[in-house]
Ligand binder design. Structure first.
Ligand code: HEM
Length: 114
């Protein structure tokens, strides 16, 4: 498949994941938990699949350090919506941590320090 489709899927699912994670931070009521977990779970999976699709298409046979760091950022971002429903008092800290992980992932892909 053309890597452009992977780019589109990667970025679109990333926007969906980020938007719904921050919606959970803004209003972590138990009534919304199931829907948010479903949407962030599916979007998170699509970010991962499209990320590995891009890796296979553009950097075949390699597993650079910046991808490892992105994987760690992804893991945190996917987990945070679930955490905020159990610990709503942590939402400010989780929100700061989520923004930091997104920034680190962006620095990794654009600057590639490793
Ligand atoms: C917080 C999570 C993530 C963010 C914010 C993020 C962000 C981005 C962005 C903005 C691009 C497009 C770069 C461009 O314009 O050329 C990109 C590309 C890419 N991402 Fe991610 N990503 C994340 C997670 C992942 C994961 C989990 C993987 C796993 C393999 C991955 C692998 C890649 C690859 C291989 C590319 C293509 C790099 C290239 O153009 O050579 N990303 N990512």
């Amino acid at each position: 498949m053309n890597p452009t489709y992977y780019y589109l899927l990667h970025l679109f699912s990333l926007f969906v994941l980020t938007a719904h994670t921050f919606m959970a931070f803004a209003n972590p009521v138990p009534a919304d938990k199931k829907k948010t977990m479903m949407i962030t779970g599916i979007a998170g999976l699509l970010v991962l699949i499209s990320g590995f699709g891009l890796l296979a298409k553009l950097h075949a046979g390699t597993f650079p350090g910046w991808v490892v760091v992105k994987l760690v950022c992804w893991l945190g971002l996917v987990a945070f919506a679930g955490v905020v429903y159990r610990r709503p008092h942590l939402r400010d800290k989780l929100s700061f941590a989520a923004l930091s992980l997104i920034l680190i992932a962006l620095v990794m892909v654009y600057l590639r320090p490793f």
